[in-house]
Design a protein around this ligand. Structure first.
Ligand code: C2E
Ligand code: MG
Ligand code: MG
Ligand code: MG
Length: 282
């Protein structure tokens, strides 16, 4: 009996696994043609100065408008794109689209914003990254100072020396760098001081319970202190409540991003937000 049950469990498990693998394969198949089919979109989330309330930048976030499944978020397909190598072409599309969009807003007369683009490990390690960035800037006519790349600690720690050299090349172009999801990765504090970055981004997992968890408050305020001692700016992601915002402001955090101010928006809606009197005046 026990043996039978074991067998059944095993079959059940296998069926479940097949379903997941099949789902992955179906997504992967779709992913291969999605770029050519024009199924990706970028949405843009405002970044706000915590002291002036001014929108100084936006983060570009990719969405996949799947013909059958509707809108799919990046957590479901970026890992697949990364594993399969599709991320290189997708990442280039994101970079070029974000630069062109940012330049278009400038041409429409909005005060210049800095646009942040997420760069995943495989993309960052790619030989041609620096040239791709250079070309995206040249082709869009966007000045380098209005572009920032967000990389995670994981990207950097895979090959520290090479990553630091790559970061230096990006900086030399005039493009900014920030560490995304800071505190969740493996970078050592001694490595941190050698990164040519301008900003640390506090991961939203530490922001969620500000006002409720002394541990998270200690982590958030330590990251803020660390960033400032290293002459870096610090931004908090995932800010959803007034309570979180006041904690961050009182503890000297420079910038924030989150649903409290705005969700990620399609380009037309972002332009509307920028045109609103309250935002302009701030
Ligand atoms: P991330 O770069 O850390 O982006 C922050 C995520 O938090 C975004 O999820 C954003 O929509 C979400 N978020 C913003 N404000 C709030 C809030 O107040 N509360 C909560 N709960 N969430 C908030 P999204 O758009 O689903 O992106 C997930 C991740 O996918 C990103 O995390 C980034 O790592 C990756 N990703 C997104 N776009 C790209 C891309 O173009 N290229 C690459 N390589 N990765 C991307
Ligand atoms: Mg990011
Ligand atoms: Mg993040
Ligand atoms: Mg994240």
């Amino acid at each position: 009996r026990a043996k039978d049950m074991g067998k059944n469990n095993c079959q059940f498990y296998t069926r479940e696994m097949n379903a997941t693998i099949e789902e992955k394969l179906v997504l992967l198949e779709g992913l291969r043609s999605a770029l050519d089919e024009g199924q990706f979109r970028l949405v843009y989330q405002p970044k706000v100065d915590l002291h002036t309330g001014r929108v100084f930048g936006v983060e570009a976030l990719v969405r996949w408008e799947h013909p059958e499944q509707g809108v799919i978020g990046p957590d479901r397909f970026i890992p697949l794109a990364e594993e399969s190598g599709i991320i290189v072409a997708l990442g280039e599309w994101v970079l070029r689209t974000a630069c062109a969009q940012n330049r278009a807003w400038q041409d429409q007369g909005f005060a210049p914003l800095r646009i942040s683009v997420n760069v995943s490990p495989r993309q960052f390690e790619e030989q041609l990254l620096v040239q791709r960035v250079q070309r995206a800037l040249a082709d869009s006519g966007l000045a380098a100072q209005w572009l920032e790349l967000e990389v995670t600690e994981g990207v950097i720690m895979r090959d520290l020396q090479q990553a630091v050299a790559k970061m230096a090349q990006v900086r030399a172009m005039g493009v900014s760098l920030s560490i995304d999801d800071f505190g969740t990765g493996y970078s050592s504090l001694s490595a941190l001081k050698s990164f040519p970055i301008s900003t640390l981004k506090i991961d939203k997992s530490f922001v969620r319970d500000l006002g409720r968890s002394m541990g998270d408050e200690a982590i958030a305020s330590s990251i803020i202190g660390l960033a400032h001692r290293l002459k870096l700016r610090v931004i908090a992601e995932g800010v959803e409540t007034e309570q979180q915002r006041s904690f961050l402001r009182e503890n000297g955090c420079d910038e924030m991003q989150g649903y409290l101010f705005s969700r990620p928006l399609p380009p037309e809606q972002l332009a509307q937000l920028l045109a609103a009197p309250a935002v302009k005046a701030a």
